[in-house]
Design a binder for this molecule. Sequence first.
Ligand code: HEM
Length: 413
Amino acid sequence: MNRRLEIHRADDGYIIPLSELDVSEGKRFQDDSIWGCFERLRREDPVHYCQNSAHGPYWSITKYRDIVAVDTNHHAFSSQQGVTIVEVPDKHWTPSFIKMGPPQHAEQRNTVSPIVGPESLTRLETLIRSRVRMILDGLPRNEVFNWVTKVSIELTTQTLATLFDFPFEDRRLLTYWSDAAVTTPKAGYAIDSWDKRSTILSECLDYFTRLWNERINAEPRLDLISLMAHSPVTRHMEPTEFLGNLILLIVGGNDTTRNSITGGLLFMSQYPSELRKLTDNPKLISSAVSEIIRYQTPIAHMRRTAAIDSIVGGKPIRTGDKVVMWYISGNRDEEVIENANSFVIDRKNVRQHLSFGFGIHRCLGRHLAELQLRVLWEEILDGGLKIKVVGEPERIASNFVHGYSALPVRIEA
Ligand code: HEM
């Protein structure tokens, strides 16, 4: 802990003038040096204006209570101009229900919500448990492998394929499209233009349109495509809106849970006393799952746009301003969460975190995400698996998806 705070103070987040501090730079997330920047903003300028960034000027909201105030006031802070700090060019814009307000938002959300209702979750738990067992049984013993690809991506992609009733053998396409959807095009990278990104996503649309056409002519079923195809609210969506909702559901179900699965293993290795608490008392699993999701904060921010003039934390926000709620910072706010920089699986009020957001857009899939993590940890403990993290994680250079591309581990047989 102390070591971590020392690193914060030495990092340039504490040295550069506040007016020049831009917390949206992806490299700070990739090299894990972002914490000092947010700690400083929470102390010195909790509602901070950054004039110059790759994404234009924006406000950073960094304290827990201010974030809740913004997130729960959708009249003043609208998601309709986008939910990430990146500006998507008009030509590549795809509507989806997270970018809608009342009443369309609730109508579309309610259309797909049975997929995470009690009936569906009960069925999914049995399926997820059998898949978790298969995945864990199939892992190499006494050799190093990447936990991200073999477990985190595999489990979440299998679950997502079931939600869509998507051909199982093609499931890695979901991972591919999800990764493309959250990529901001950059010269020199695999996705180097918005056109390239759109080409990949149009393959996604074509594939799902075939599934839609099959399902619309069949009896209604409990899968995401059938739910949308048979609802009067969504059955006449334009293709761009269908694609937007697909991206929302694919990214929602994929990247977030994937990175919580990886983060959980990493944190248990960084805090062996917490792992011991869990092995001594498996009843703590549900609590540990919430703490993993808080500590990871898989979605680092959500963006809103001011629909009216208002005051947040004493600062005047003007109509049209871009407002970024940094959940990743609010989740480390010591005023609300005691000893917030530590991973403590049995902390008081463990469910009190921002990772799922608040207000009308609060995460639709949160119970499913928690279910996957819970079942995974139940099976790890039940099987007595000794999983050792044997190297540093590789982190993604993103200010939106807070996660990992690799975590080397070895299971000792
Ligand atoms: C919305 C996080 C898992 C589907 C959100 C939001 C966050 C979030 C931060 C926006 C909240 C806001 O704007 O106030 C997470 C995290 C997850 C997770 C941290 C895992 C640990 C899932 C899963 C699904 C899902 C498994 C499955 C389908 C959605 C959808 C929305 C959403 C559809 C949009 C809700 C709306 O606009 O009404 N999620 N999510 N999420 N999430 Fe999740």
